[in-house]
Write a protein that binds this ligand. Sequence first.
Ligand code: M6R
Length: 604
Amino acid sequence: MCGIIGIVGAAPVTDRLIDSLKRLEYRGYDSAGVAAVVDGHVERRRAKGKIRALEAVLDQEPLVGTVGIGHTRWATHGAPAERNAHPHRAGRVTLVHNGIIENYAELREELKAKGHTFESDTDTEVIAHLLDHTLDSGLEPLAALKATLDRLTGAYALGILIDGEDELVMGARRGSPLVVGHGQGEMFIGSDALAVGPFTNRITYLDEGDYVAIDHRGARIFDAAGAPVTRPERIVSAAAALVEKGNYRHFMEKEIHDQPDACQHTLSAYVDAVNAATVSPGVDFTKVDRLQIVACGTASYAGMIARYLFERLADLPCEVEIASEFRYRQPALAPGALALAVSQSGETADTLAALRWCKTRGIQTAALVNNHESTMAREADVLFPTHAGPEIGVASTKAFTSQVAALTAIAVSAARQRGRIDAHEEARLASILLETPRLIAQAIATEETVRQIAGDIAKARDVLYLGRGAMFPLALEGALKLKEISYIHAEGYAAGELKHGPIALVDEATPIIVIAPTDELFDKTASNMSEVIARGGRIVLITDEAGAAHAPEGARVIVAPACDPVIAPLVFAAPIQLLAYYVAVQKGADVDQPRNLAKSVTVE
Ligand code: M6R
């Protein structure tokens, strides 16, 4: 999951390549590089680390050309190092790649035997050598590209320059996304609409297996069989260009604060505020007898929260499974099932594979995605959009709450369709949903208390998160958030499980974060808190005002607004996200771009 960009420009492109790579940095930031045609030959500049390191290199050694490619890397094969940074070069070929070439080892041996010398540890370099080798046989660039692609197994999005082809950038995609951008006398390729957002809003999404040549005249697109094809051009929304931090220090901080708006926008697609009713999401739930949710990471926790609602409100059996397990498990799904992929990016490789697996077996599919132009959005039978806007911080925040908001509204709609609630109850739940943005804003106002508590948590080596019911997936989410941005070991548990093992971890050095709004399970969680206190544990209780009155002695308390249990996961998410955020800030961690991670995981 790297980011790629290619430009056939009418003016020098280096600054624009860098601008685009900054937008793509959410996909990876281990190293970066650019290449451009300079006086008839291709030159490149590369640097280990983030784009700013590449900028420093370019300050020393400027690169001036009007046709170029760029790459920001998330390492798969080969450590983050300049020699493994893209663009890779072999003979006349210079290219950038997002994906994994699974048969690279055998191709590399074959090419070595033919005299090729490799300079990196990457799988990508083999593509450059193979293409160069194929060009040697006398084929034209596009024919040579097709012959090269036919030999690759795995996933790729490619951007390619060829020495001597001064106005040509070639691209190709299989398993990794690639778009073509149409400008005024200029053409672009990029990993997504964000990459080309500053230059054009006219986008063509390439299909699986397509390859393309762009030059000043436009784009020539070919399908996997080599036949010329026309793919539709679309106008993408201006939101694709909105990736500014404003006055916030980090994107994550901004995106936490964006949540009232993000949820409001998302809910407006699912709740009719005038009539206090839900809007049908485009699925006939009377014909669905089982819901199978597939997702990864934070999105899977949104799915777990939704399971409580679909089963409780709509009486619809619901399974949630991590997509990387689901796709290889040969699950038994009957024709009445609805498979629902939940994903911010709509490109996560495992989730996409799980969705495709269901589709090929004739199961109805839906995709709840924030990127409405993504592969999942285009391939699913039904699209459930979230409207969180672009999420740049690697740690998912507003995308998560927007997913939960949409899923809650869809569960209410399913309950109404299936006759499990009447119009009066639907109106009550719709009104509760419409209160969510205001209540999230109030929950964000706990920020100062959370910041103070974070100072203490930042010193811990291990942290436990506990919750019951829909607060259990939120406990998992809290632990994931803390782990990924502050590098503190954290685990989430169902509060009732504490005494079955995790209680052995309780000591005065291990903070226990308990998420417990006052609901029918509060007293049970209160007993678990007593068990912790009795063993010298330190509790941080996230609750509402009524719950705070029952906080155990010595506990530190974060008071979120009281709310209906149906929307409690949405309201209680904010203090949990803020806690992870302020712990990471205290520790001086790289909040938006934590080590080893990438925003969009388009490899297995
Ligand atoms: O784009 P997706 O929602 O499919 O991404 C799934 C996960 O990779 C993502 O939620 C990840 O767990 C986040 N970094 C968590 O904050």
